[in-house]
Write a protein that binds this ligand. Structure first.
Ligand code: 2AM
Ligand code: CA
Ligand code: CA
Ligand code: CA
Length: 273
């Protein structure tokens, strides 16, 4: 089976496994802090995807949130970057609004990405250079919007912290409105499908955005870190994803004035995954 079809196939199967086991008891553990959760389903889904890929493509390498490929420090060959459940808090509290996110890169070049909204059974997919699709329907290029008529997505936590409040309040104030969905992968897919016009966040890991980046760039979206630099697939990153003109407006009018503060925030913070 062609690699792209294999990617979609195992993603849909992994989603079906999650839906089938939704009523089984969940084992919930905490990771870095009491609000940072992981469940047996996150781990089982990563293992399912890992085993399927290794069986079929033993020379491919896999980076996953729940421990796969911890030592990988270069992008040589075929690399899968996997978040088995993006939006674990939504998964635990709501049993919806979470996604499986996968990006495949070959020698560091984009190959294909999926973001699968498991409970709504909506598959966002893209093969680099071949357009992006939502449940098989081709997505149009996203529209360019000024901030004043844009809906932006941002985690409200960034508005509560002393070191970031002054940077982000003007952005939220001057937008048409703000939303927070709790799944970075879905945020990327929503920018790609024109439901929202930008997503801004200060810290994402490669597995949060690898699939979504390939999808949104296929429809004209721009993805950089908050210093305006290309994102790094091997480390954590800050993120601004938006249509082209809105990305420019956010960078020039809202983030560049805080360049020194943002550089300070970035120092050291993003060197590791
Ligand atoms: P997760 O559910 O896979 O952990 C929620 O705002 C978004 O941020 C989700 O995509 C979530 O992914 C991600 N996230 C949660 N904790 C994070 C952390 N400590 N650093 C970076 N991203 C995180
Ligand atoms: Ca997590
Ligand atoms: Ca994630
Ligand atoms: Ca996750």
């Amino acid at each position: 089976m062609e690699l792209y079809n294999f990617l979609k196939d195992i993603t849909l199967q992994a989603g079906e496994n999650i839906r089938k086991q939704l009523n089984e008891p969940l084992l919930i553990e905490t990771k870095s802090n009491p609000n940072d959760l992981v469940t047996n389903m996150d781990k089982a889904t990563e293992k399912f995807l890992f085993d399927r890929i290794q069986d079929t493509y033993p020379d491919h390498r896999i980076i996953g949130e729940e421990g796969s490929g911890k030592d990988i420090d270069n992008l040589n060959g075929v690399i899968w970057i996997i978040d088995p459940i993006d939006g674990t808090l939504n998964f635990v509290h709501q049993q919806e609004n979470f996604a499986i996110s996968i990006g495949i890169f070959i020698d560091g070049e984009k190959y294909a990405g999926v973001v699968y909204d498991v409970m709504r059974n909506i598959l966002f997919e893209a093969r680099a250079g071949h357009g992006a699709y939502k449940n098989g329907v081709k997505l149009e290029n996203i529209t360019e919007t000024p901030l004043a008529t844009s809906i932006i997505s941002m985690n409200p936590n960034w508005l509560t912290k002393d070191f970031t409040r002054d940077i982000y309040i003007p952005l939220v104030r001057d937008s048409r409105s703000a939303r927070s969905y709790g799944s970075a992968a879905l945020d990327f897919a929503y920018v790609a499908s024109n439901k929202i016009n930008a997503y801004i966040t200060l810290r994402l890991h490669p597995w949060d955005f690898a699939g979504g980046l390939i999808i949104v760039e296929e429809v004209g979206g721009i993805v950089t870190n908050q210093l305006g630099e290309p994102v790094n697939l091997l480390t954590a990153n800050s993120i601004v994803v938006a249509n082209k003109s809105l990305h420019t407006e956010i960078m020039n009018d809202y983030l560049s004035p805080f360049k020194l503060e943002l550089e300070k925030i970035h120092q050291g913070r993003f060197s590791k995954r």
